[in-house]
Each structure stands twice: as structure tokens, then as C-alpha cells.
Write a new protein. Structure first.
Length: 78
């Protein structure tokens, strides 16, 4: 992913690196159904479609915005 463009499919290691989380946390997101993924190959390696990964990130941003709108923080005092 050094070339500036994301491949169509990402490994769980790629996703974990992008999100700066552990591989175990990434695996948990997949197994909980929060992050859509599929297994491929004889060893059942997991892959995440890059478009679904981007949608996952967008959904997380939207959820954070909604939470902040519902629970505004008090304004900082000068």
C-alpha cells in the first residue's frame, strides 16, 4: 500500500495496520459482524473488500458525530 492506492482486497493485517489496532482486535471486528470479510484459499485466509472497509470507516465517523451531537461537551472557559 505504499504506492498511494489501496488494493481491492485487504488482509486482516492490512486492516489492523490501517486502524492502528491489534490483529486480535481486527479479528474480533470480523467475528462480531461489524467488519464484513470473507475467507478464501485452502487455509481460509480472511480478506476485506476495500470498499467495505472504507464504508466501515465512514460508518464509524457517522456514529461518532451522532454521539457527539447527542452528548455535547461543555464549552471551554477562556
Amino acid at each position: 500500500m505504499d504506492n498511494g492506492s489501496m488494493p481491492r482486497f485487504l488482509t486482516l493485517a492490512d486492516v489492523a495496520e490501517q486502524l492502528q489496532i491489534s490483529a486480535a482486535a481486527c479479528y474480533a471486528l470480523v467475528h462480531s459482524g461489524e467488519l464484513p470479510a470473507f475467507q478464501i484459499g485452502g487455509r481460509g485466509q480472511w480478506r476485506v473488500d476495500a470498499a467495505k472497509f472504507e464504508q466501515f470507516i465512514d460508518d464509524r465517523h457517522a456514529a461518532a458525530r451522532a454521539m457527539l451531537a447527542d452528548h455535547p461537551t461543555p464549552a471551554a472557559k477562556p
